[in-house]
Design a protein. Sequence first.
Length: 240
Amino acid sequence: MSRLGPIYTLAVGVVMTAGLTVASATASPQIQETAAVPAAAGADPLATPEETPEAEEAATPDATQEPEEVAAPEQEEDPTPKKADYAGVVDQNGGLIAISIRKGKVVGYFCDGKIEAWLRGTAADNTITLEGKDTLVTAALRGGKAQGRIEWKNKSWRFSAATVKKPSGLYRATAQVRGARVVGGWIKLPNGQSVGRIMLGENSGEPAAAFDGGVQEWYGIPLTPQDPDQFIDAFLAPAS
């Protein structure tokens, strides 16, 4: 028994040492070896992904980039004719009316031989409004016609005037005689019907001879009729 004591003690010690080794290995976490990734040249190895120059560049907007242009809504073009001439008979009056449009400028003339009115106004959205001495004309433009109403003093008449081409249409002539202004106006229809009046000043006048397209003689005074292309700017110019 005395000889086996040390051997037994040694055996117990070996067994305990092996047990402690196994327990220590079980309790310790496993370490996995990974290959080192080389850092990019010039990069801070301690910087987080958000702090890298590439991340900062991606997060910063380009100051030189121009903002996208927002297209302005398209405006519908005014359907009113840029150039047109109308002439026709005034109902229940027997006189004639002529209206000419030139790029938004509008001139008109109403005459029945005894009375007359030179008119000026505007045209937009296929509607015209003209004013003259004691006279107001309103009309709608549709189907190649100007259809509306004439109000002269306390009277009112309707009219329908179709589009016309030269030599039909409106004509005007002016002259200066002994300090007095002479103004002649004519309207001619495609069927040859015409009417006109010549005024000396504002209060004296008489019916004009039938329009034949040439120079008109009035008591030896030559009057040269002009179409709207020739007289509209001077007629609409502000009085000096």
